[in-house]
Design a binder for this molecule. Sequence first.
Ligand SMILES: [Zn+2]
Length: 253
Amino acid sequence: MDIIPLPAFRDNYIWLLRTGHDAAVVDPGDAEVVENHLAEQGLALRAVLLTHHHADHVGGVGELLGRHRVPVFGPAGESIAGVDHPVKEGDEVALPGFPLRFTVLDVPGHTAGHVAYRAPGLIFPGDTLFSAGCGRLLGGTAAQLFASLERLAALPEDTALYCAHEYTLANLAFAHAAEPHNPARDEYAAACAARRAHGLPTLPSTIGLERRVNPFLRVREPGVIDAVARHSGQTPAGPEACFAALRRWKDTF
Ligand SMILES: [Zn+2]
């Protein structure tokens, strides 16, 4: 099975799963981008997976359903037109024709009903976790997002992370402020800058890499705690408070 990024809008990726001539897409915000790829490659769309209700993730569903009769999996806790298979924590998703099964994780925080789709060795976290960053709070709470990120960070370190946006370079600029001394992060930033200069995606990342470079997964590190304390004028009371302060800081960075 191949997993292909289809760039959409300014910085979204619609991830397309392909096995033989069968395809499935995750968060098709733009139907035309998907249709063009299906036509170019001679693929048949078999399923749609949705992580949350934002328009840049679900905007293409109506148009795709007009041309393809396929199941649409989406979060049970959010109201999204076209979803005929609402899913929640622990549910299993088998895609017609695909050799893998997804397990659904509830990962609220960016939105209140956000879900992620995990299969052995990979996960689609939507807008919950980005490379070197995380989603904004647009419906959920900092406590929810912190708990969701803790769950993702605990996945096996070689888990490939198919994030929904190419935000990595901007996130790395903030990561530098949030943790000034992190040589592994500096090395990663140089590699990402080179990839972007060649028009290549920085994704997928991995959970292990994010644990080393992503300040939002490093809220127990003294360097992050110190930076947050300097910025906010107050030493955070614990990891969750450090995360919340970091998230507020990034909102205005
Ligand atoms: Zn979103």
